[in-house]
Design a protein around this ligand. Structure first.
Ligand SMILES: Nc1ncnc2c1ncn2[C@@H]1O[C@H](COP(=O)(O)OP(=O)(O)OP(=O)(O)O)[C@@H](O)[C@H]1O
Ligand SMILES: [Mg+2]
Length: 268
């Protein structure tokens, strides 16, 4: 099979409708063998609020902030994410592609372990152990399932939901999910589109980082970007040639990304 590109479309681009421009530019780019992964955190929060449920976020000791997913939140998460996946697939299909929205629950192609307990840092800065809810740590991706879809000429549009080992449906992080998929199928590129030009340190967008530079930089980046940089590191450590974090908020975002505009993580 020709080279595979895994493209993640950030939640911020979904809320602002800018994902349509990214999808149109995928068409212009002539890229083949694409797997799309999407986010949608803001949309999930909006729906939670509309349903009268205040979103809750927790912070890990490493400083990573994530949504607390109780059963009701999980149902809203699944509903909103699959709706986004359907909209992306529908737009790709209107461009002449054959796209299919799937989540990791379909054929259990993404298996994750439920985090039964979470260690969090509370408002007072104290460490606490709480019930884990329905978030998962990705353990396995069925690469042959994805490759079979690609061989059928389909574009998989993956919603960030996984299948738990006890039959649970689990919320998984989209950036880490895209990275796990890129690794498993042996993608040549992982492109993470978001609402900024890349990793910004001291007001400057970083251009190219080796794995060791990327790991150093990780200590200095804030919430949101931390998971993207980590996703790129994990991908490149496991054989993906390049992890790119790039802006999806420009005229030709895919063309720019293919020229390498944004922050690139490479082996050395
Ligand atoms: N050092 C940094 N450089 C650039 N952005 C940073 C940095 N630290 C924190 N950020 C924040 O990270 C954000 C991007 O992460 P965020 O999770 O919001 O992205 P997203 O594209 O909406 O994706 P998703 O919701 O799918 O994870 C930026 O908008 C920025 O506010
Ligand atoms: Mg995020």
């Amino acid at each position: 099979m020709n080279q595979i590109a895994v493209i993640k479309i950030g939640g911020s681009l979904i809320s602002e409708g800018e994902y349509i421009n990214v999808l149109n530019d995928i068409k212009n780019s002539g890229l083949q063998n694409i797997i799309l992964v999407h986010g949608g955190g803001n949309e999930v929060s909006k729906m939670q609020k509309a349903l009268g449920k205040e979103p809750v976020f927790v912070t890990s000791p490493e400083g990573i902030r994530s949504r607390y997913t109780d059963l009701e939140t999980l149902e809203i998460f699944n509903m909103v994410m699959r709706n986004i996946g359907t909209k992306i697939a529908s737009h790709l299909n209107s461009l002449g592609f054959k796209a299919i929205n799937i989540s990791g629950v379909d054929a259990s192609f993404i298996k994750a372990e439920r985090k039964k307990k979470l260690i969090i840092i509370d408002e007072k800065g104290r460490r606490r152990v709480i019930e884990g809810g329905y978030t998962g740590r990705i353990k396995e991706v069925d690469e042959s399932f994805l490759k079979n879809l690609l061989n059928l000429g389909l574009i998989p549009v993956v919603s960030p939901i996984a299948s738990g080992y006890e039959g649970e449906i689990l919320n998984v992080d989209g950036d880490r999910g895209a990275s796990a998929i890129a690794r498993s199928v042996g993608a040549s590129k992982l492109i993470i589109f978001t609402n900024v030009e890349g990793v910004i340190i001291d007001g400057k967008v970083l251009d190219k980082l080796s794995l060791s530079e990327a790991k150093e930089t990780l200590k200095k980046v804030g919430p949101g970007m931390d998971k993207k940089l980590l996703a790129c590191i994990e991908a490149v450590e496991n054989g993906v040639e390049i992890g790119l974090i790039a802006s999806g908020k420009k005229d030709k975002p895919v063309e720019a990304a293919l020229k390498g505009i944004g922050t690139k993580v490479v082996k050395e």
